[in-house]
Design a protein around this ligand. Structure first.
Ligand code: COA
Length: 178
């Protein structure tokens, strides 16, 4: 969490999710997104072999209560490995206090520490642009379902970053031979 948001949320801690925190996520996601969530193309990405990384994901804890989450998964974009961010959710009672932005920042910092190159997501440009994301050029990246190209965002974390990233987003494949 950044110093600025910490001052607004002194009681909230951002940590990698425990088993207990993971168990609380369905209720949090239902409260934040409502029933439309499972129709989203991002859900198809997560169902189709994206590999959740608990070391890069973060939950926001208010005491022991999970009030936010930012999940990060490994995917392929064409033949390149990348990270897929989401779902990002903050409980309606805890929104607009800097927790969502702090969760994304914490996950990006963790991803940069482990040498990740690029992160993609589907989300609101007005929320994610201040956090370093921009719209991927139209047609460069495809998802397993419809998506508004203006909401398909990416950011680079390394010198390679988003360079050359294109193709279909699909399940994660390890680079090493079986
Ligand atoms: C989107 C969401 C995670 C934001 O969490 P939050 O804790 O309220 O966000 P923050 O308080 O950190 O907001 C950071 C900035 O983004 C702005 N913002 C918040 N929600 C926004 C939204 N939905 N769209 C655009 N901007 C938004 C805030 O006004 C704030 O701007 P400021 O720094 O100029 O004041 C939260 O509203 C949520 O869970 N929504 C429902 C689920 C959802 O839409 N998830 C995102 C899918 S990609």
């Amino acid at each position: 969490m950044t110093a600025q948001s910490l001052s607004r949320n002194a009681a909230v801690r951002l940590v990698a999710p425990s088993e207990e925190a993971l168990a609380a996520l369905p209720a949090l996601l239902a409260a934040a997104f409502g029933p439309g969530r499972f129709a989203k193309t991002s859900e198809r990405v997560r169902e189709n072999g994206a590999r959740l990384d608990l070391g890069l994901s973060r939950v926001a804890l208010d005491g022991t209560r999970v009030v936010g989450c930012c999940l990060v998964s490994h995917v392929m974009v064409g033949e390149d490995q990348a990270l897929f961010l989401g779902p990002l959710a903050v409980h309606p009672h805890a929104q607009k206090a800097g927790i969502g932005a702090a969760l994304v920042t914490a996950s990006l910092q963790a991803a940069q520490r482990v040498g990740a190159d690029a992160v993609i997501l589907v989300g609101a440009p007005s929320f994610f642009e201040p956090l370093g994301f921009s719209a991927a050029p139209k047609g460069l990246i495809s998802l397993p379902g419809p998506v508004d190209p203006a909401r398909l965002l990416w950011t680079g974390l390394s010198p390679k970053g988003i360079k050359g990233l294109s193709g279909m987003v699909s399940g994660f494949r390890d680079a090493s031979p079986p």
